[in-house]
Unconditional design. Structure first.
Length: 161
């Protein structure tokens, strides 16, 4: 899937590619490096088989997210990241909308994610609802909240102008 807005374009990227490596480095730098964790923390059960999706400004990767396909027509969005100098400019929103569109095309009925608490409103604007109480990630110590989006309901379809 390819999307574009202004100078940004989005597309899937292949596991192991140079673009995937750029995304991996960005994710590590923003989420784990300052905690002193090894880069292998990114090598979880979803990494190899997930759908990797990124936003680019020309050839520069500026935002990334991934979608893991789960049993029973469900998916999990994770590792959403935007380069610090591009935050608040729509790159993350474009990636999230792309991942939701991919999930719909794949016939998924539901999406889940674990949002950093400060990003909860970002996901809520796309229709995600908070589920349960805030918890602290055992890996990073950062407060998160589980969120959910029902894709099979017509009310969950958002039209962006």
């Amino acid at each position: 899937m390819n999307l574009s807005r202004n100078a940004l374009s989005c597309r899937t990227i292949e596991y192991g590619s140079c673009d995937w490596q750029s995304a991996r480095e960005l994710r590590y730098a923003l989420f784990f490096a300052e905690l002193g964790l090894p880069i292998t923390v990114l090598d979880d059960a979803f990494e190899r088989d997930a759908i990797h999706f990124a936003a680019f400004d020309r050839a520069q990767l500026v935002a990334y997210g991934r979608l893991a396909l789960l049993p029973v027509c469900r998916g999990q969005i994770s590792q959403m990241v935007v380069a610090p100098d591009r935050q608040g400019q729509g790159a993350g929103n474009l990636v999230l909308q792309g991942l939701i569109a991919i999930a719909r095309q794949a016939g998924l009925n539901e999406l889940i994610l674990n949002a950093r608490v400060f990003a909860q409103d970002f996901y809520a604007k796309e229709g995600f609802d908070a589920q349960g109480a805030v918890y602290v990630s055992p890996t990073t110590g950062v407060p998160h909240i589980k969120m959910h989006l029902e894709l099979s309901s017509p009310a969950s379809i958002h039209i962006k102008s």
